[in-house]
Ligand binder design. Sequence first.
Ligand code: UFG
Length: 331
Amino acid sequence: MKVLVVGGAGYIGSHMVKMLVKAGHDVVVLDNLSTGFRELVQYGRLVIGDLADVHLLENLFQQESFDGVMHFAANSLVGESMVHPSKYYRNNMSNTLNLLDVMVRHNVKHFIFSSTAATFGEPEYSPIDEKHPQVPINPYGASKLMVERVLQDYASAYGLNSVCLRYFNACGADPEGELGECHDPETHLIPLILQAASGRRESITVFGRDYDTEDGTCIRDYIHIQDLCSAHALALELIVSDKKSGALAYNLGNGQGFSVQQVIDVVQKVVSKDGCSLVVETGVRRSGDPAVLVADATLAKDVLNWTPEYADLETIIRHAWAWEKQSNTEF
Ligand code: UFG
């Protein structure tokens, strides 16, 4: 297949590109490099450009005949979205419409969309399945939910088949060590703890120990980037093979929660083998953090025939740690 991966220079997109190329697909990456890195595009052909540029999109779709599009290009910082909602609605929503409209004009019918657990808002029950009400509590989640809604209407009006994959906590790194997480600024728990262990940061601060959980710290569902990507590949196959059509949506997680303290404990264990340790501090709660966010990914497993390969937290941390050690010298 010829696949366009929008945002293929980012953390998740770059792993996806590698997986698609290794599976024999022809991949074009479209990325404006605003948060992605040219160095992460080690597979596929990179076109530098922005989804706001409709002219560029038209030309690209005229030159290439894509079988499907995967869309990872978005701003994804919850806190920033509260302060700059315009950036989020414009990039995540309005620019995505540009992409969808060019697909419709060029009769490209298969679309895989990066959605998020943030579309659910405050959990009403746990684990969160697809029937859980979607009431986002920040512009980031709202911008993603709007696209989910648009996709339903584009499926019935234009026959655009899509799969929205709602990630819980994406983490880990390429098991072969070629790719990994590098955000600037970094806000995610696992890379921050690893940076504290490698000496790039002085310490890691636990945001609150007074939650209603066993050890008082927040519980999240950490899913290995490789497993996340394999679900995308299966989702594309599902709609391209016509086994299913319309606007589909699945939650992606391991279905098992780990507390912030448990993650820190596993990191301590992994990094101690390299003689490293870290300083842990306790801070106040970060606003907008629910106590527990865990996915029920039964539907994805059943419908996509998806089996996570790297569900073990220690394996996730080992891969991320290998990347952290390497990025210290290379980036
Ligand atoms: N945390 C800390 N200290 C830090 C950073 C994070 O204690 O320095 C805690 C957070 O409070 C949270 C957990 O670690 O309890 C995980 O935080 P992350 O920032 O790594 O991830 P989130 O769960 O906040 O965010 C994820 C996705 C978002 C998505 C959100 C849905 O990364 O894109 O889930 O609510 F919007």
